[in-house]
Ligand binder design. Structure first.
Ligand code: FAD
Length: 429
């Protein structure tokens, strides 16, 4: 029986462990606790991902949606919603989900890993070294760096927390000349303020508490959300938030998931979503690497391409959001971020001449398998099914001049759906 060890019990490590356990693997998780408290904001997509992963206790930690004020580019404000998450409670609930599924979680710090083709020896503290045949690296941003990598502008977030009286929850985000700040108030009175700056611009470490207090004091939005209590002393923690893509997301007997594979800029507000995305596909990838070694390369390629694709999507989303702030184009913070990682548009315009059928890896029956998919300019990884309908046979029929026959064979609703999709891709009959 293959022994799989997952390093890190964040959302990514837990989602992989639960998926592998469901596939019948012997899986253990080794993790220490996060060393700082934090509040994060999550969208419905994150909640859906947690549900899909089976992290139900973690899901229950998300507060009901509360209003979020957005002050960006100075020319107006909008209000939307997000669910606030107390990370300390959330991380504890993740472990309860693992334990409820019968997965052992060893509380220890991983000091180093010795890897060979035959397996891994994991040195931990406290405790004796552990052996694993397959390793899942899910230690988030703390995972050791490996291989060449793509890094965004060096960015640091300073986190402040203090306690106030219980009240209505809410959050806000605002742009400032040298960065942006996100702030939240939980219903139990915990207050959280986080400023994200260029790492080159920072004051000396011993001056940071005073610097943060001054920045909180300057913000009208801070006063509005927290009142005078925002000026009281607060705890401080500095956290790197540079966007990082690790080029190598797998080896012959290991896989990286979550922030350990790619960590996105927190501006996207989607860190947990992206960490779950790479983790939810991982059990099928690992299953293939172990059970169908002849398809191991295909499975690794599947994982790698998806991780890279997702990273670039998030990086470009962040870039476009930075570009919306136009008051300080010459400030290094804004200048460097509104053009990184490239100038490619978020979505490639529809171009039917580029729609083609190719063979590509997909997940099928918990394994990675190569099938015919439809590749478009905007979906380079290919589309296998359109709402349950295999798309490649339709495009093949169209290229052969047999579209009408293929459409006639479909029920009315699917026919309309396919016609709508073809038109959206630039096809003109
Ligand atoms: P993590 O959640 O980091 O889990 C890694 C686990 O590994 C932790 O339990 C850690 O203790 C453990 N570990 C690390 N090193 C070791 C070791 N040596 N030995 C043993 N265990 C170890 N995302 C959102 O969706 N919304 C937000 O509002 C948001 N805000 C953010 C703000 C900032 C400033 C930053 C930097 C990130 C933010 N994120 C946000 C992103 C989010 O925190 C991460 O994307 C997400 O937690 C990644 O999940 P993960 O499982 O990959 O890693």
């Amino acid at each position: 029986m293959t022994e799989i060890v997952v390093l890190g019990a964040g959302p990514a490590g837990a989602a992989v462990a639960l998926g592998l356990k469901r596939l019948g693997y012997a899986v253990r998780v080794v993790s220490e606790w996060r060393r700082f408290a934090a509040v994060e904001g999550v969208s419905q997509r994150v909640l859906d991902g947690l549900r899909q992963a089976g992290l139900n206790r973690a899901l229950a930690c998300a507060a009901a949606p509360s209003p979020r004020r957005v002050l960006w580019n100075g020319d107006g404000q909008s209000i939307n919603q997000e669910c606030l998450l107390d990370r300390t409670r959330f991380d504890a609930a993740i472990r309860e989900d693992l334990q409820a599924a019968g997965i052992e979680v060893l509380e220890a710090r991983v000091l180093r890993v010795e890897s060979t083709d035959d397996g891994h020896l994991i040195h931990v503290e406290p405790g004796e070294p552990l052996r694993g045949d397959f390793l899942v690296e899910a230690r988030g941003r703390q995972a050791p760096l490996a291989g060449g990598r793509l890094r965004g502008p060096e960015t640091l977030s300073l986190l402040n927390q203090w306690q106030d009286a219980p009240g209505h929850p809410g959050s806000a985000v605002e742009s400032v000349p040298d960065g942006w700040a996100w702030m939240a108030r939980l219903d139990d009175g915990r207050c959280y303020w986080q400023i994200t700056l260029d790492a080159r611009d920072l004051s000396p470490k011993d001056q940071l508490p005073e610097y943060c207090a001054q920045r909180r004091g300057e913000s009208a939005l801070v006063r509005e959300l927290f009142g005078e209590a925002a000026l009281q002393p607060a705890s401080l923690h500095a956290r790197s938030s540079t966007a990082i893509l690790f080029h190598e997301a797998s080896g012959a007997n290991w896989l990286r998931v979550g922030d350990a594979a790619m960590a996105v800029d927190p501006l996207s507000g989607n860190g947990i979503f992206q960490s779950l995305s790479s983790a939810l596909q991982a059990p099928a990838v690992i299953n293939t690497m172990i059970k169908c070694p002849e398809r191991a390369e295909l499975a690794r390629q599947f994982h790698q391409r998806r991780v890279e694709h997702l990273f670039l999507r998030f990086a470009r989303t962040g870039r476009d959001f930075y570009a919306l702030e136009q008051r300080w184009p010459d400030q290094p913070f804004w200048r460097d971020r509104c053009t990184w990682p490239d100038v490619e548009p978020m979505h490639a315009p529809a171009d039917f001449s580029q729609v083609r059928v190719e063979r590509a890896p997909v997940i099928h029956d918990e394994l990675i398998e190569e099938v015919e998919v439809v590749v478009t300019a905007d979906q380079p990884l290919g589309i296998w099914h359109l709402q349950g309908l295999e798309l490649a046979p339709i495009v093949t029929a169209l290229r052969r001049g047999e579209l009408n026959q293929a459409l006639t064979a479909l029920p009315e609703q699917q026919r309309r759906m396919v016609q709508g999709w073809l038109l959206s891709q630039g096809y003109r009959p």
